[in-house]
Design a protein around this ligand. Structure first.
Ligand code: NDP
Length: 289
């Protein structure tokens, strides 16, 4: 007798926990990637408050989820729930991706900085021995500064308004990586040091609907020898990148970083290579680019 293959109607669950989370576009690219690979996976965007977070983490196990992204305000709260952290997540001190392994243990990774590094390398950038200036010292800046240092950058300069946060990030890079780091206070219209190779806006300045704004630096100190990157992905072509482009600098948008970190999450959860181009196209379509 011919044996029929047993049907499996059960969906593999992934998603994001955050609050606010309504405007998080990650699900659009992850669902497009699942469909492109013919996987019965779902990505659900879920509002989870700090009070509800313990129940949400118990649900990760109860629902046999494959993994989950964490966004504000859970990137730190999640750590006590995890069995193991990646080296970068441990140094950065924040997790944006949880992977549920087959044995049920939970692994924490931070794909924000890795997504940045990958997008930069794909755009032809190099990190080995390079001098990086990071504007900002929040979650994205921490991830970017640490991953650039771990990828071989020689110097990280942190420019931030809040001195405590800026100094803390510089100290972290000095202590935990092979790069040298320093803090520069952000007094409006700051000059970019002339020997900078890569300048990164890791603040939300320029994000729609405030896309008429740009970080307060002296744009005439941006040189054609510099690569200038933004974490802001909507719009992709920020005023910051436009002004840098006018000075002859090479520019890299935050859209590539978002797609690359999404692709890493996809691979961590499914074990398959991510359809990066499809993910990027879906984001462009979503933002009307
Ligand atoms: P945080 O709130 O953790 O940090 C924000 C940082 O920006 C702080 O250092 C803050 O400085 C600084 N900042 C805020 N407003 C200004 C301003 N007007 N002038 C100068 N500095 C300012 O945010 P995140 O790091 O989590 O996120 C930052 C941005 O990165 C967001 O727009 C987010 O969407 C984007 N992002 C993009 C990703 C991608 O894949 N492309 C991934 C992750 C984040 P201070 O310390 O002085 O208050």
């Amino acid at each position: 007798m011919e044996s029929k293959e047993k049907k499996n109607y059960r969906a593999e669950l992934t998603g994001v926990f955050g609050d606010p989370v309504d405007d998080n576009p990650t699900g659009v690219m992850e669902e497009a990637a699942y469909a492109a690979r013919g996987l019965n996976f779902r990505y659900i965007t879920m509002k989870v408050t700090p009070e509800g977070f313990p129940d949400a983490m118990r649900a990760v196990r109860a629902l046999h989820m494959r993994g989950v992204n964490l966004t504000m305000p859970h990137k730190l709260n999640v750590i006590p729930w995890l069995d193991e952290l990646s080296v970068a997540a441990e140094v950065i001190g924040a997790v944006n991706t949880v992977v549920v392994r087959e044995d049920g243990t939970l692994f924490g990774e931070n794909t924000d900085g890795k997504g940045f590094v990958e997008a930069l390398l794909r755009a032809g950038g190099v990190l080995e021995g390079k001098k990086i200036v990071v504007l900002g010292a929040g979650g994205a800046a921490r991830a970017i500064a640490v991953e650039c240092a771990l990828a071989g950058a020689s110097r990280i300069t942190v420019v931030n308004r809040d001195e405590g946060r800026g100094r803390e990030l510089a100290a972290l890079v000095n202590e935990k990586t092979g790069a040298e780091a320093e803090y520069l206070p952000w007094a409006g219209g700051i000059d970019v040091p002339g020997d900078t190779d890569i300048l990164v806006n890791a603040t939300p300045v320029g994000l729609a609907p405030l896309d008429g704004e740009m970080p307060e630096i002296n744009y005439d100190t941006v040189l054609p020898s510099m690569t200038v990157c933004d974490v802001v992905f909507n719009p992709a072509d920020t005023l910051f990148l436009k002004e840098a482009g006018k000075r002859g600098a090479k520019t890299v948008s935050g859209l590539g970083m978002l797609a690359c970190q999404g692709a890493r999450n996809f691979t961590l959860w499914t074990g398959e290579e991510a359809p990066l181009r499809i993910m990027e196209e879906k984001l462009r379509e979503e933002f009307g680019l």
